[in-house]
Design a binder for this molecule. Sequence first.
Ligand code: IPE
Ligand code: IPE
Ligand code: MG
Length: 247
Amino acid sequence: MRVPGQDNQKIPHHVVIIMDGNGRWARKRNRPRAAGHRAGVNTLRKIVEHAASREIQALTVYAFSSENWRRPGKEVSVLLKLFVTSLQREVRNLNENQVRLQFIGDRERFPEKLQQSIKKAEALTATNTGLRLIVAANYGGRWDITNACRQLGGLIESGKLTPAQIDEELMQSHLSLSELPEPDLFIRTGGEKRLSNYLLWQIAYTELYFTDCLWPDFNPDHFDTALAWFSERQRRFGQTSEQIKQG
Ligand code: IPE
Ligand code: IPE
Ligand code: MG
């Protein structure tokens, strides 16, 4: 965790987004939900470019939750197809812009073709030095924490670890995003004020920003509004306001 008051906290290093509202955006236009998801991909492209221009280090976006399998089969298959086509279409451009693309979540449940596209995209962009774009797909915060516990359990079983050695740092190192700065700013579009099982551990001290704007309508100006809001926050990390002012 960064020490409060000791570095420039005005621009977030790591922004995490719940891209919500595609379905309602489509319904308002009497179009199928799929049209909203397609429009959502266009928004993501613009926001990625914009975040890179604002010198944000990492952007983590929620594309498909571990609970989204509960949607009608037809919508799930539209989304899975859209992942494959979007990846194929966007990866070259991302690579040219030095974006390093990674996925978090349980990818084993995805069709083989999608798993291959993900692997290829990650390999292609692995040495890029620009924006880190992390796509959370079949991701759930509870899955993440459970997965970390399972890994630690395995280490104990094989005699490499004792329960007493488990501390927050070790736990964190087995969770998704462990090699990135902790999320500074969380944005949820679409008006709902809930976490929907996103990054439960990682956002313990993240500033939470909610907007009614539906994801396909979200644009770089909206993103800048969220950044401006963030720059006004005083992050205390448990300390008092006076302590922070004294630096
Ligand atoms: C977010 O938009 C995209 C995914 C969950 C994949 P929604 O599809 O949830 O849109 P709303 O919330 O129904 O409007
Ligand atoms: C969260 O949105 C997941 C993604 C944006 C991928 P949902 O639309 O699935 O969340 P709930 O069901 O309204 O909480
Ligand atoms: Mg939704």
